[in-house]
Design a binder for this molecule. Structure first.
Ligand code: PMP
Length: 470
């Protein structure tokens, strides 16, 4: 949805212009109070914004006293109010939390552990406070290392909020101009059906064929984007790619095609920056990093969101010659980046991922949800298909056209489902993609079988009420 200025509103956003009708007294009071100091720049979710009081595991307690099942939160990957993370943060706050120009064990302990999760060539890391900062630094590093300026992203990409990064994030719409050195590539049509139901990954015997088919469509498009940047005098500095393509409509795609993309950008002298803010830390199931699903040779990997389970921390892992080139002409210092408290939080997250086997769990639980949700939704007119990798699922909602034409994405129907789940089932999901018509289901990694049962029951109720039918 776009307003007159070309600004794209956030999917599942509360509409401030509609006023406070329909909200209960508490919700209305807090929205009013928030608007008075925070204005309307920052979106709120749902027709009735949720007033959260506390959280535990995959549950959020609302001010209305209800227990909400959180099927959306990738930040609290090891669970809301995780005791191990809390303990690590409290302990470090009682020791010291100063800046990174001193020698500190905490940042080194974490850096060594984090780098051990990457293939050997990615051997250095820098720390930031957010995904946006990570992508911003990565773009600057790619510029310096390649001597080129041009950036390629997907057509619906979101990579963050800094001046540079927002200028290569077309999902903001056209309210502010995008960078002149940006080329975009449409991917949703090529990846939409490339991901099978059930395994959701294009794995196994079909994997190579599916990946070839994707590249047959996308290879020429990416090469055309590279040509355009070269002809424009910018050259190709990098492809910046969200490994799950969340804002493009949740398109994990067939395994392998991003390896071809890496080869293609390398052939132009550019780098592959793997944006793992969404996909990283086991979310894709069975692998720690999204680029590993593809066996791709990433040059720079950017991280954020789940890294500190809510404590602000991000990172940029890279092949060391890229950082050496950067250090030769400028420097990187970030007051809070790599601070000991954030490092301890991030270390505690890795502890929990290992202790609870969450990388394998994301694969198994994601496969279960994909299978069971498909079974419930199959045959309903508005169900347009399901894609997933690990615990990141996208469900297409369509107009269910029966007039012989192809069913079209139906954002209004998706919105009705998201809000019915929130209001009546106390289950939190959201939407994404073209027309905001893809239901986005992305629970904390600690989501268990009883949580899955509750989600499935809620979706059954929604179906019984006819929200998935015309
Ligand atoms: N990259 C991707 C793929 C993202 O989804 C986001 C946040 N939604 C970012 C970068 C920016 O991260 P942050 O909000 O932490 O700055």
């Amino acid at each position: 949805m776009k307003n007159a200025q070309g600004r794209k509103s956030v999917a599942n956003g509360f509409d401030f212009s509609h006023g406070l009708e329909g909200l209960d007294a508490d919700e209305a009071a807090v929205v009013r109070r928030r608007q008075k100091v925070l204005g309307t720049m920052g979106p709120l979710f749902y027709n009735r914004p949720l007033h959260v009081i506390s959280g535990s595991g995959v549950h959020l307690r609302g001010a209305d006293g209800a227990d909400y099942l959180d099927c959306y939160n990738n930040v609290a990957c090891v669970g809301h109010s995780n005791p191990h993370v809390r303990q690590a943060v409290a302990d470090q706050l009682g020791r010291q939390n100063t800046h990174s120009r001193y020698l500190q064990d905490e940042v080194l302990d974490y850096a060594e552990r984090l780098l051990a999760t990457f293939p050997g060539a990615i051997d250095h890391v820098a720390f930031t406070n957010s995904g946006s900062e990570s992508n911003d630094l990565a773009l600057r590093m790619a510029r310096v290392a390649t001597g080129h300026m041009g950036v390629v992203v997907t057509q619906g990409a979101y990579h963050g909020i800094t001046s540079l990064v927002s200028s290569v994030s077309p999902s903001f719409g056209t309210g502010l101009p995008l960078a002149p050195f940006l080329a975009t590539v449409r991917v949703d049509d090529a990846l939409h059906d490339a991901d099978g139901l059930g395994d959701g990954t294009g794995d196994g015997a079909d994997g190579a064929a599916a990946s070839d088919a994707v590249w047959a469509v996308l290879g020429p498009r990416f090469n055309q984007a590279f040509d355009a940047l070269e002809h424009g005098g910018y050259g190709v500095s990098c492809v910046l790619i969200d490994e799950v393509m969340s804002s493009d409509g949740i398109l994990p795609g067939a395994r392998g095609w991003i390896a071809r993309l890496a080869d293609a950008v390398h052939a132009r002298g550019g780098l592959l920056i793997s944006d793992e803010v969404q996909a990283g830390f086991g979310r894709m199931g069975g692998v720690m990093w999204g680029f590993q699903r593809h066996g791709a040779e990433a040059d720079i990997v950017t991280m954020g969101k789940p890294m500190g389970n809510g404590i602000p921390v991000g990172g940029v892992a890279y092949r060391h010659p890229i950082g050496d080139a950067f250090a030769a002409c400028t420097r990187y210092f970030n007051t809070f980046g790599g601070n000991p408290v954030s490092m301890r939080a991030a270390g505690a997250v890795l502890d929990e991922i290992e202790r609870l086997g969450l990388v394998a769990h994301a694969r198994d639980m994601g496969d279960r949800l994909a299978r069971d949700l498909s079974e419930i939704l199959e045959g309903h007119e508005r169900f347009g298909g399901l894609r997933h990798a690990g615990l990141f699922l996208g469900i297409d909602v369509t107009d269910g056209a029966d007039d012989g034409g192809a069913a079209q994405p139906d954002g209004a129907a998706a919105r009705a489902i998201v809000n019915a789940l929130r209001d009546d089932e106390h289950v939190l999901i959201s939407s994404a993609g073209p027309g905001d018509a893809v239901l986005k289901v992305r629970p904390p990694l600690v989501f268990d079988d009883s949580d899955a049962d509750r989600l499935l029951e809620a979706v059954r109720h929604i179906c019984e009420r006819g929200l998935f039918d015309r």
